[in-house]
Unconditional design. Sequence first.
Length: 334
Amino acid sequence: MLVLGVESSCDETGVALYDSAHGLLAHALYSQIAMHADYGGVVPELASRDHIRRVLPLTRQVLAESGRTLADLGGVAYTQGPGLAGALLVGAGMARALAYALGIPAVGVHHLEGHLLSPLISDTPPEFPFVALLVSGGHTQLMLVSGVGRYTLLGETLDDAAGEAFDKTAQLLGLGYPGGPALSKLAATGDADRFKLPRPMLNSGDFDFSFSGLKTAVLTLVRKQGLAQAADIAAAFQAAAVEVLVSKSLAACQHSGATRLVVAGGVGANAQLRERLTREAAARGIEVFYPRLEFCTDNGAMIAYAGAQRLAHANRDLTFAVKPRWELATLDAV
């Protein structure tokens, strides 16, 4: 089945074509970062309007690149939630209208399921079961994944997501928006051992996270030291966050008996996280799988892939709705 995937949950418009027999055929992405940078964060109304401008040209682009036409489509998948309501409605409206016009099925995909399954698009996908670390600007969760739709929540953040903490810390250091990549670049030039920052909940005995206290510690340090030591502060913050993420992830693998770990979401592109997690996991006999760097952030490819898995087992559904708040654990297994 040839599936068109549409992602519009926040500030990136992604469209992709996935063929169940031949894999990913084409994908395109438009990021709104430059537009939102002037505001220091995402403006929902502007995001929604920009999705309207981008989604059809991107669809035409991936069809042209793949040499396929609308008549070749067997289904359409779109991000149904969670995300910004207006932004979700753009993708949902386009996908449902297109599916109705073509007489083919459409399916709403959970945004986090897309991220969770994104490493399966690679040439060497992991086998089930595995533990998944979903780590992004909006979410930080550890899941035991037994199959598509078979997810057991092991732990999650009690306050800020890891990516949110990266962005807010970057703002404290005067790095602008989006802050995560800029902070990581600055941290590479600093001394992570110069300042000692807390490792929240590192020894809590569970798999939950907390990053608000770490962010507050950075604020206190900046007020005391000023920005002259920004590189060292950035390095210390990154080292603390990475240590917690690595420790909790490996503990979750040990607890569940999993020998495979999947890392997904925007923070999964962080070089220090990848290096330390891969090294320490290998020492414990655990294999780590990452999505391609271009698929760490929001993208249409992950929605097309997850949608193809869902459409293979889904009944025809004409319901038009989005779910700005949607728990991953409520999904049905396929």
